[in-house]
Design a protein around this ligand. Structure first.
Ligand code: GZL
Length: 379
Protein backbone atom coordinates (compact mmCIF):
# COMPACT_ATOMS: atom_id res chain seq x y z
CA UNK A 1 0.00 0.00 0.00
CA UNK A 2 2.86 2.35 0.94
CA UNK A 3 4.48 1.80 -2.42
CA UNK A 4 1.32 2.62 -4.41
CA UNK A 5 0.71 5.78 -2.34
CA UNK A 6 4.32 6.85 -2.78
CA UNK A 7 4.19 6.22 -6.50
CA UNK A 8 1.04 8.38 -6.95
CA UNK A 9 2.45 11.23 -4.89
CA UNK A 10 5.95 10.80 -6.16
CA UNK A 11 4.88 11.07 -9.84
CA UNK A 12 5.51 14.79 -9.43
CA UNK A 13 9.07 14.14 -8.48
CA UNK A 14 11.39 15.44 -11.15
CA UNK A 15 14.35 13.15 -11.61
CA UNK A 16 16.84 12.37 -14.30
CA UNK A 17 20.26 10.90 -14.61
CA UNK A 18 22.57 13.81 -15.24
CA UNK A 19 24.56 12.95 -18.40
CA UNK A 20 27.77 14.66 -19.36
CA UNK A 21 30.49 14.12 -22.00
CA UNK A 22 32.90 11.37 -21.02
CA UNK A 23 35.72 9.29 -22.41
CA UNK A 24 36.86 5.68 -22.38
CA UNK A 25 36.86 3.65 -19.19
CA UNK A 26 40.55 3.83 -18.81
CA UNK A 27 41.22 7.40 -19.81
CA UNK A 28 43.60 9.03 -17.42
CA UNK A 29 41.96 11.75 -15.44
CA UNK A 30 44.15 14.81 -14.92
CA UNK A 31 44.57 13.70 -11.36
CA UNK A 32 43.62 10.08 -12.00
CA UNK A 33 41.64 10.17 -8.80
CA UNK A 34 38.85 7.87 -7.78
CA UNK A 35 36.47 9.95 -9.82
CA UNK A 36 34.92 6.66 -10.82
CA UNK A 37 32.96 6.91 -7.61
CA UNK A 38 30.97 9.70 -9.14
CA UNK A 39 30.60 8.49 -12.71
CA UNK A 40 29.40 5.53 -14.69
CA UNK A 41 28.01 4.84 -18.14
CA UNK A 42 24.79 3.24 -19.24
CA UNK A 43 24.42 0.36 -21.65
CA UNK A 44 23.99 2.74 -24.58
CA UNK A 45 27.43 4.15 -23.87
CA UNK A 46 29.19 0.81 -23.87
CA UNK A 47 30.63 -0.50 -27.12
CA UNK A 48 31.20 -4.22 -27.55
CA UNK A 49 34.48 -4.11 -25.67
CA UNK A 50 32.73 -2.68 -22.66
CA UNK A 51 34.55 0.59 -23.10
CA UNK A 52 32.59 3.79 -22.66
CA UNK A 53 32.34 5.65 -25.95
CA UNK A 54 30.37 8.66 -24.71
CA UNK A 55 28.15 10.01 -21.96
CA UNK A 56 28.59 9.30 -18.30
CA UNK A 57 25.93 9.31 -15.65
CA UNK A 58 26.54 11.34 -12.52
CA UNK A 59 25.06 10.26 -9.23
CA UNK A 60 23.13 13.09 -7.61
CA UNK A 61 22.20 13.19 -3.96
CA UNK A 62 18.86 14.47 -2.76
CA UNK A 63 16.64 13.42 0.11
CA UNK A 64 15.22 9.98 -0.64
CA UNK A 65 12.49 9.97 1.94
CA UNK A 66 9.51 8.66 0.01
CA UNK A 67 6.85 11.27 -0.47
CA UNK A 68 4.67 9.84 2.26
CA UNK A 69 7.50 10.48 4.73
CA UNK A 70 8.03 6.81 5.49
CA UNK A 71 11.50 5.32 5.18
CA UNK A 72 12.22 3.17 2.12
CA UNK A 73 13.21 -0.25 3.43
CA UNK A 74 16.07 -1.84 1.46
CA UNK A 75 17.27 -5.40 2.02
CA UNK A 76 20.89 -5.94 0.91
CA UNK A 77 22.29 -9.49 0.56
CA UNK A 78 26.05 -8.88 0.37
CA UNK A 79 28.58 -11.51 -0.83
CA UNK A 80 30.58 -11.51 2.38
CA UNK A 81 33.62 -9.74 3.88
CA UNK A 82 36.43 -11.50 1.98
CA UNK A 83 38.39 -8.55 0.64
CA UNK A 84 39.21 -4.84 0.88
CA UNK A 85 37.02 -4.38 -2.18
CA UNK A 86 34.08 -5.99 -0.39
CA UNK A 87 34.56 -3.79 2.65
CA UNK A 88 34.44 -0.71 0.42
CA UNK A 89 31.31 -2.02 -1.31
CA UNK A 90 29.56 -2.58 2.03
CA UNK A 91 30.62 0.81 3.37
CA UNK A 92 29.35 2.46 0.19
CA UNK A 93 25.89 0.98 0.75
CA UNK A 94 25.87 1.74 4.47
CA UNK A 95 26.80 5.38 3.78
CA UNK A 96 24.05 5.89 1.18
CA UNK A 97 21.11 3.91 2.55
CA UNK A 98 20.82 5.86 5.79
CA UNK A 99 17.82 7.16 7.70
CA UNK A 100 18.81 10.76 6.90
CA UNK A 101 18.67 9.81 3.22
CA UNK A 102 15.22 8.32 3.74
CA UNK A 103 16.19 4.65 4.01
CA UNK A 104 16.14 1.80 6.43
CA UNK A 105 18.87 -0.71 5.47
CA UNK A 106 18.44 -4.39 6.34
CA UNK A 107 21.97 -5.77 5.72
CA UNK A 108 22.94 -9.45 5.56
CA UNK A 109 26.59 -10.54 5.16
CA UNK A 110 26.23 -13.93 3.41
CA UNK A 111 29.82 -14.97 4.15
CA UNK A 112 30.36 -16.33 0.59
CA UNK A 113 27.61 -18.92 1.19
CA UNK A 114 25.20 -19.11 -1.77
CA UNK A 115 22.52 -20.98 0.20
CA UNK A 116 22.64 -18.33 2.93
CA UNK A 117 22.26 -15.64 0.27
CA UNK A 118 19.08 -17.20 -1.14
CA UNK A 119 17.79 -17.51 2.43
CA UNK A 120 18.54 -13.83 3.05
CA UNK A 121 16.56 -12.80 -0.03
CA UNK A 122 13.59 -14.90 1.09
CA UNK A 123 13.77 -13.31 4.53
CA UNK A 124 13.55 -9.88 2.87
CA UNK A 125 10.38 -11.03 1.08
CA UNK A 126 8.90 -12.16 4.41
CA UNK A 127 9.80 -8.77 5.93
CA UNK A 128 8.03 -7.07 2.99
CA UNK A 129 10.94 -4.74 2.28
CA UNK A 130 10.45 -2.15 -0.45
CA UNK A 131 13.54 -3.04 -2.50
CA UNK A 132 16.11 -5.85 -2.56
CA UNK A 133 19.76 -5.38 -3.52
CA UNK A 134 21.79 -8.48 -4.37
CA UNK A 135 25.49 -8.87 -5.07
CA UNK A 136 25.31 -12.50 -6.26
CA UNK A 137 28.03 -14.79 -4.94
CA UNK A 138 27.59 -16.97 -8.02
CA UNK A 139 25.87 -16.14 -11.29
CA UNK A 140 23.39 -19.05 -11.52
CA UNK A 141 20.56 -20.53 -9.42
CA UNK A 142 18.60 -17.27 -9.19
CA UNK A 143 15.42 -17.52 -11.30
CA UNK A 144 13.24 -19.23 -8.68
CA UNK A 145 13.90 -16.72 -5.91
CA UNK A 146 13.72 -13.75 -8.29
CA UNK A 147 10.31 -15.04 -9.41
CA UNK A 148 9.28 -15.03 -5.75
CA UNK A 149 10.45 -11.39 -5.45
CA UNK A 150 8.49 -10.50 -8.61
CA UNK A 151 5.35 -12.20 -7.26
CA UNK A 152 5.78 -10.29 -4.00
CA UNK A 153 6.01 -7.01 -5.96
CA UNK A 154 9.50 -6.22 -4.64
CA UNK A 155 11.91 -4.75 -7.22
CA UNK A 156 15.41 -6.26 -7.22
CA UNK A 157 18.58 -4.34 -8.09
CA UNK A 158 21.73 -6.37 -8.77
CA UNK A 159 25.16 -4.84 -8.13
CA UNK A 160 28.70 -5.84 -9.01
CA UNK A 161 28.58 -9.49 -10.02
CA UNK A 162 25.98 -10.61 -12.55
CA UNK A 163 23.04 -13.00 -12.53
CA UNK A 164 23.21 -15.03 -15.72
CA UNK A 165 20.13 -17.29 -15.50
CA UNK A 166 17.37 -14.75 -14.93
CA UNK A 167 16.44 -11.20 -15.96
CA UNK A 168 13.84 -10.64 -13.25
CA UNK A 169 15.49 -7.55 -11.83
CA UNK A 170 15.09 -3.82 -12.43
CA UNK A 171 18.74 -2.90 -13.02
CA UNK A 172 22.36 -4.02 -12.70
CA UNK A 173 25.19 -1.67 -11.68
CA UNK A 174 28.73 -2.99 -11.96
CA UNK A 175 31.84 -3.62 -13.98
CA UNK A 176 32.76 -5.27 -17.26
CA UNK A 177 34.90 -8.11 -15.95
CA UNK A 178 35.77 -9.47 -19.38
CA UNK A 179 37.17 -6.08 -20.41
CA UNK A 180 39.22 -6.06 -17.22
CA UNK A 181 40.73 -9.42 -18.25
CA UNK A 182 41.30 -8.29 -21.82
CA UNK A 183 42.97 -5.08 -20.62
CA UNK A 184 45.28 -7.01 -18.29
CA UNK A 185 46.30 -9.26 -21.16
CA UNK A 186 46.90 -6.51 -23.69
CA UNK A 187 48.82 -4.41 -21.17
CA UNK A 188 51.00 -7.45 -20.36
CA UNK A 189 51.74 -7.93 -24.06
CA UNK A 190 52.77 -4.29 -24.47
CA UNK A 191 54.84 -4.40 -21.26
CA UNK A 192 56.64 -7.63 -22.21
CA UNK A 193 57.43 -6.23 -25.65
CA UNK A 194 58.76 -3.00 -24.13
CA UNK A 195 60.95 -5.02 -21.75
CA UNK A 196 62.10 -7.45 -24.43
CA UNK A 197 60.53 -10.44 -22.68
CA UNK A 198 59.67 -12.93 -25.40
CA UNK A 199 58.44 -15.96 -23.46
CA UNK A 200 55.67 -15.64 -20.88
CA UNK A 201 54.92 -18.56 -18.56
CA UNK A 202 51.92 -17.61 -16.52
CA UNK A 203 50.30 -18.72 -13.27
CA UNK A 204 46.78 -17.54 -12.45
CA UNK A 205 45.14 -17.30 -9.03
CA UNK A 206 41.44 -17.11 -9.83
CA UNK A 207 38.62 -15.65 -7.79
CA UNK A 208 35.68 -17.62 -6.39
CA UNK A 209 34.54 -20.35 -8.77
CA UNK A 210 31.21 -19.44 -10.40
CA UNK A 211 31.46 -15.73 -9.64
CA UNK A 212 30.95 -13.62 -12.75
CA UNK A 213 34.03 -11.57 -11.81
CA UNK A 214 36.09 -14.76 -11.99
CA UNK A 215 34.43 -15.94 -15.20
CA UNK A 216 34.90 -12.60 -16.96
CA UNK A 217 38.48 -11.96 -15.91
CA UNK A 218 39.48 -15.54 -16.73
CA UNK A 219 37.81 -15.51 -20.16
CA UNK A 220 39.18 -12.08 -21.05
CA UNK A 221 42.76 -12.89 -20.11
CA UNK A 222 42.59 -16.35 -21.71
CA UNK A 223 41.49 -14.75 -25.01
CA UNK A 224 44.68 -12.65 -25.04
CA UNK A 225 46.87 -15.57 -23.97
CA UNK A 226 45.47 -17.59 -26.88
CA UNK A 227 45.95 -14.63 -29.25
CA UNK A 228 49.66 -14.38 -28.43
CA UNK A 229 50.37 -18.06 -27.81
CA UNK A 230 51.25 -17.69 -24.13
CA UNK A 231 51.49 -20.68 -21.79
CA UNK A 232 49.23 -20.66 -18.73
CA UNK A 233 50.90 -23.26 -16.50
CA UNK A 234 48.06 -23.40 -13.96
CA UNK A 235 44.92 -21.59 -12.85
CA UNK A 236 43.32 -22.29 -9.44
CA UNK A 237 40.62 -20.78 -7.20
CA UNK A 238 42.00 -18.51 -4.45
CA UNK A 239 38.47 -17.45 -3.37
CA UNK A 240 39.35 -13.74 -3.52
CA UNK A 241 41.05 -13.95 -0.13
CA UNK A 242 44.61 -13.25 1.06
CA UNK A 243 44.83 -16.69 2.67
CA UNK A 244 43.65 -18.28 -0.55
CA UNK A 245 46.20 -16.39 -2.60
CA UNK A 246 49.03 -17.36 -0.26
CA UNK A 247 48.02 -21.03 -0.16
CA UNK A 248 47.81 -21.34 -3.96
CA UNK A 249 51.08 -19.43 -4.47
CA UNK A 250 52.91 -21.60 -1.93
CA UNK A 251 51.82 -24.63 -3.93
CA UNK A 252 52.81 -22.97 -7.21
CA UNK A 253 56.27 -22.07 -5.89
CA UNK A 254 56.87 -25.77 -5.20
CA UNK A 255 55.22 -27.22 -8.32
CA UNK A 256 56.53 -24.65 -10.84
CA UNK A 257 59.82 -23.59 -9.25
CA UNK A 258 61.87 -21.63 -11.79
CA UNK A 259 59.27 -22.13 -14.54
CA UNK A 260 57.11 -19.01 -14.28
CA UNK A 261 57.66 -15.29 -14.91
CA UNK A 262 54.10 -13.92 -14.61
CA UNK A 263 51.50 -14.23 -11.82
CA UNK A 264 47.93 -13.00 -12.36
CA UNK A 265 45.88 -12.53 -9.18
CA UNK A 266 42.18 -11.85 -9.74
CA UNK A 267 42.00 -9.48 -6.79
CA UNK A 268 44.36 -7.50 -4.56
CA UNK A 269 43.96 -9.63 -1.46
CA UNK A 270 45.07 -12.71 -3.38
CA UNK A 271 48.06 -10.68 -4.60
CA UNK A 272 48.97 -9.79 -1.00
CA UNK A 273 48.98 -13.48 -0.12
CA UNK A 274 50.93 -14.38 -3.24
CA UNK A 275 53.57 -11.78 -2.39
CA UNK A 276 54.03 -13.34 1.05
CA UNK A 277 54.39 -16.80 -0.47
CA UNK A 278 56.88 -15.70 -3.13
CA UNK A 279 58.95 -13.76 -0.62
CA UNK A 280 59.07 -16.81 1.66
CA UNK A 281 60.13 -18.94 -1.31
CA UNK A 282 62.84 -16.49 -2.36
CA UNK A 283 61.04 -15.52 -5.60
CA UNK A 284 61.43 -11.88 -6.60
CA UNK A 285 58.49 -10.04 -8.18
CA UNK A 286 57.38 -6.60 -9.36
CA UNK A 287 59.18 -4.02 -11.49
CA UNK A 288 62.64 -5.12 -10.27
CA UNK A 289 61.85 -8.81 -9.83
CA UNK A 290 61.89 -11.98 -11.90
CA UNK A 291 58.09 -12.27 -11.88
CA UNK A 292 55.59 -9.75 -13.32
CA UNK A 293 52.73 -9.45 -10.81
CA UNK A 294 49.32 -8.28 -12.04
CA UNK A 295 46.24 -7.73 -9.86
CA UNK A 296 42.62 -6.54 -10.06
CA UNK A 297 40.48 -4.25 -7.87
CA UNK A 298 42.99 -1.39 -7.25
CA UNK A 299 41.99 -0.88 -3.62
CA UNK A 300 44.12 1.56 -1.61
CA UNK A 301 46.52 -1.10 -0.35
CA UNK A 302 46.83 -2.55 -3.85
CA UNK A 303 47.76 0.85 -5.26
CA UNK A 304 50.33 1.31 -2.51
CA UNK A 305 52.01 -1.88 -3.72
CA UNK A 306 51.85 -0.59 -7.30
CA UNK A 307 53.48 2.64 -6.16
CA UNK A 308 56.25 0.68 -4.43
CA UNK A 309 56.81 -1.45 -7.55
CA UNK A 310 55.75 -4.74 -5.93
CA UNK A 311 52.70 -5.00 -8.18
CA UNK A 312 53.39 -4.11 -11.83
CA UNK A 313 49.80 -3.22 -12.75
CA UNK A 314 46.40 -3.17 -11.03
CA UNK A 315 43.15 -3.20 -13.04
CA UNK A 316 40.47 -1.32 -11.16
CA UNK A 317 37.07 -2.69 -10.30
CA UNK A 318 34.91 0.03 -8.80
CA UNK A 319 33.03 -0.98 -5.60
CA UNK A 320 31.13 2.27 -5.13
CA UNK A 321 27.81 1.30 -6.76
CA UNK A 322 25.49 2.52 -3.99
CA UNK A 323 25.00 6.10 -5.31
CA UNK A 324 23.84 4.65 -8.63
CA UNK A 325 21.48 2.23 -6.90
CA UNK A 326 20.06 5.25 -5.05
CA UNK A 327 19.36 6.86 -8.46
CA UNK A 328 17.59 3.71 -9.66
CA UNK A 329 15.38 3.63 -6.56
CA UNK A 330 14.48 7.30 -6.99
CA UNK A 331 13.40 6.59 -10.57
CA UNK A 332 11.32 3.61 -9.50
CA UNK A 333 9.75 5.65 -6.69
CA UNK A 334 8.87 8.26 -9.31
CA UNK A 335 7.28 5.63 -11.52
CA UNK A 336 10.05 5.93 -14.10
CA UNK A 337 11.96 3.13 -15.85
CA UNK A 338 15.67 3.08 -14.94
CA UNK A 339 18.52 2.10 -17.23
CA UNK A 340 18.85 -1.67 -16.93
CA UNK A 341 22.65 -1.68 -17.19
CA UNK A 342 25.01 0.84 -15.59
CA UNK A 343 28.77 0.31 -15.98
CA UNK A 344 31.10 1.87 -13.43
CA UNK A 345 34.07 3.89 -14.67
CA UNK A 346 37.44 2.24 -14.03
CA UNK A 347 41.15 2.93 -14.50
CA UNK A 348 44.23 0.82 -15.24
CA UNK A 349 46.98 1.65 -12.73
CA UNK A 350 50.72 1.11 -13.22
CA UNK A 351 54.03 1.83 -11.49
CA UNK A 352 55.37 3.87 -14.41
CA UNK A 353 54.60 4.73 -18.05
CA UNK A 354 56.66 1.99 -19.65
CA UNK A 355 53.36 1.34 -21.40
CA UNK A 356 51.40 4.57 -21.77
CA UNK A 357 48.68 3.36 -24.13
CA UNK A 358 47.48 0.05 -25.54
CA UNK A 359 44.36 -1.22 -27.32
CA UNK A 360 41.53 -3.53 -26.33
CA UNK A 361 39.49 -4.66 -29.34
CA UNK A 362 40.73 -1.63 -31.27
CA UNK A 363 39.74 0.83 -28.53
CA UNK A 364 42.63 2.85 -27.13
CA UNK A 365 43.24 2.44 -23.41
CA UNK A 366 45.46 4.68 -21.33
CA UNK A 367 47.09 3.94 -18.00
CA UNK A 368 47.26 5.94 -14.79
CA UNK A 369 50.64 6.04 -13.06
CA UNK A 370 50.00 5.82 -9.33
CA UNK A 371 50.77 8.95 -7.28
CA UNK A 372 50.33 9.87 -3.60
CA UNK A 373 47.19 11.82 -4.51
CA UNK A 374 45.66 8.82 -6.26
CA UNK A 375 46.38 6.54 -3.32
CA UNK A 376 44.93 9.13 -0.93
CA UNK A 377 41.72 9.39 -2.96
CA UNK A 378 41.17 5.64 -3.56
CA UNK A 379 38.60 3.55 -1.76
C1 GZL B 1 34.38 -7.86 -8.37
C2 GZL B 1 34.04 -8.36 -7.00
C3 GZL B 1 35.16 -9.20 -6.50
C4 GZL B 1 36.42 -8.39 -6.24
C5 GZL B 1 36.96 -9.10 -5.06
O1 GZL B 1 33.41 -7.02 -8.83
O2 GZL B 1 32.86 -9.13 -7.02
O3 GZL B 1 34.77 -9.80 -5.28
O4 GZL B 1 37.28 -8.37 -7.34
C6 GZL B 1 35.70 -9.39 -4.28
O5 GZL B 1 37.87 -8.36 -4.30
O6 GZL B 1 35.91 -10.38 -3.35
Amino acid sequence: MKKLFALILAMAMAFSLVACGGSSDSDTDDDGDASSASSASTSEDEDESGTESEGEAEASSTDDTSSDGELIVVGFAQVGHESDWRTASTESCQSVFTEENGYELVFVDCDQDSAAQLEAVRSFIQQEVDYIIIDPIVSTGWDTVLTECEEAGIPVIVIDRTIDDSDKYAAWVGSDFTTEGLAAGEWLKAYADAKGIEELNILVIEGTTGASATIGRTEGFQEIADKYGWTILDSQDGDFTEAGGQEIMESYCKSYEGQFNVVICQNDNEAFGAMTAMTNAGVTYGVDGDVILISFDACTAGLQYVQSGDINADFECNPLAAPFVDEVIKQLEAGETPETTVYMEEHWYTYDDTVSTFEVDGVEQSVTVVTDEIVEAQY
